[in-house]
Design a protein around this ligand. Structure first.
Ligand SMILES: Cc1cc2nc3c(=O)[nH]c(=O)nc-3n(C[C@H](O)[C@H](O)[C@H](O)COP(=O)(O)OP(=O)(O)OC[C@H]3O[C@@H](n4cnc5c(N)ncnc54)[C@H](O)[C@@H]3O)c2cc1C
Length: 425
């Protein structure tokens, strides 16, 4: 049986599914991808509304992610770098803090921001140096605690935790209490320290589109939700059945495979609102954080700052990571009020609101690595997706790669090939 005759089906066209397809293609296979929604990308998609690029939730790519460097052509993504720091809004105050070693324009504002002590700045520097010497694998092999515990144990002041670490990392972990594992904190801190936070000029969706466009022998079926996966077939939502030799489930597997029914993933959610605005209250490509316990807003970002030339109308995203019972209309009202009160920002039209119920997997013991064989549910079904490891693009890509390699290893190992060949006749 030739490699291209194997029926290898991938469920989900997010980063993990697309990477799995890429790796299978690289090894001579012709996979097919079944995607429930109307486009590729999963959580990394960009909508185009009234001339603006709206990512489905504010997110950035960290240019030092090892797997992004391996599988993406970063040069072709027309990446725009964010300044390594943040503008912190708290009652009546707007202060800038950042890494002056990498952006000298942040030296003076950081020194005079009044956020944190000299000791804090020294500890940040020391942590940077410490993490430079460790690989991601080593970091994820460390004993873990919560990020908040870790910061306190390291002796960071109450002030820098409240005004910088908590708002900044809440926006990354999508939870307000920094209960996320210290492993993730240290990994992300390392990535920030060694590279840049970037966004493609055309929006984050360009990342998924680039991966999808690089596929030569993969058929992608959009608008095709899968209902069930068995060893020999996919059952689609419309009742039709697709014969399969191997499947990679690059989405939540618990609803698709009968013996995984009670192993559901817990998810962290968030809201993201996009507004237009006549002016920009933040100079340059830098994230804005609201460091107020009573505020619902976690962060804001002017996406119009990604443009190279002057814009007629600004685009601002507003992200909420705290749980809220408010109805959307009430939430919008509250956000407008908070923007005015804490940031002196008046926004105009609400272009779009996204409520992302499954934004990041809420996992207790985070991992960096998974061996190809560990992605194997059985000889025919393999698993991928960030929920296997940690909520990041790096983990999604890595998991897709490993699932494909696990499948190839099983297939080329021999025993299964003979079994399938006889079935195929
Ligand atoms: C708001 C937000 C902010 C984030 N910020 C960052 C960040 O700054 N940095 C970072 O590294 N990561 C960030 N992430 C996480 C990152 O986006 C994810 O880790 C990554 O995109 C996950 O890719 P995936 O392939 O594992 O899953 P997904 O992207 O979820 O892909 C799964 C795909 O499977 C499809 N699917 C599901 N069920 C079925 C079915 N039954 N049949 C067919 N198809 C199905 C879905 O439609 C989807 O397309 C963020 C995520 C969000 C939502």
């Amino acid at each position: 049986m030739e490699k291209k005759d194997y029926k290898i089906n991938i469920i989900g066209a997010g980063l993990s599914g697309l990477t799995a397809a890429k790796v299978l293609e690289n090894h001579g296979y012709y996979p097919e991808v079944y995607e429930a929604s109307d486009a590729v990308g999963g959580r990394i998609r960009t909508d185009h509304v009234k001339g603006h690029n709206l990512d489905r939730g504010f997110q950035v790519l960290l240019s030092e992610y090892p797997k992004a460097k391996q599988y993406l052509d970063l040069k072709k993504l027309n990446l725009k770098s964010l300044k390594p720091g943040a503008v912190i809004f708290s009652k009546n105050k707007k202060r800038k803090i950042g890494d002056p070693l990498r952006d000298s324009s942040l030296l003076i504002p950081s020194l005079f921001s009044g956020i944190g002590t000299l000791g804090d700045k020294w500890k940040i520097l020391k942590l940077n140096l410490e993490l430079k010497k460790l690989s991601p694998e080593e970091i994820f092999g460390e004993k873990e605690t919560t990020t908040m515990e870790f910061l306190k144990k390291k002796g960071f002041s109450e002030d820098i935790i409240r005004n910088f670490f908590r708002p900044f990392f809440s926006g990354i972990f999508l939870e307000p209490d920094l209960r996320t594992s210290s492993r993730m904190f240290r990994f992300v801190f390392k990535m920030f320290g060694e590279g840049e936070a970037v966004i493609p000029a055309g929006g984050m969706g360009e990342i998924s589109n680039q991966l999808a466009k690089s596929l030569q022998h993969t058929k992608i079926h959009l608008n095709t939700p899968v209902e069930q996966v068995t060893d020999s077939k996919l059952i689609l939502k419309d009742g039709s059945e697709i014969k399969t030799h191997f499947s990679i489930i690059a989405s939540e597997a618990s609803s698709l495979v009968s013996n995984l029914r009670n192993q559901q993933t817990e998810w962290k959610s968030c809201h993201c609102f996009y507004f237009t605005s006549k002016t920009s209250e933040i100079d340059g490509r830098i994230i804005g954080l609201i460091a107020e316990d009573s505020a619902l807003i976690n962060n804001i970002f002017y996406h119009s700052s990604l443009e190279e030339s002057e814009v007629e109308e600004h685009l601002i995203s507003v992200t909420i990571v705290k749980e809220t019972e408010l109805e959307i209309k009430q939430l919008e009202f509250r956000i407008r009020k908070e923007l005015q009160e804490y940031c002196d920002i008046k926004v105009e039209e609400l272009l779009k609101h996204y409520e992302i119920k499954k934004a990041l997997p809420d996992i207790n013991s985070l991992q960096y690595e998974i061996m190809p064989t560990e992605t194997r549910l059985n000889n025919r079904i393999f698993l991928a997706g960030d929920q296997l490891l940690n909520g990041s693009q790096n983990a999604a890509i890595l998991s897709g790669e490993r699932a494909a390699l696990g499948l190839i290893e099983t297939l080329e190992g021999g025993a299964i090939t003979a079994e399938i060949t006889s079935e195929y006749r």
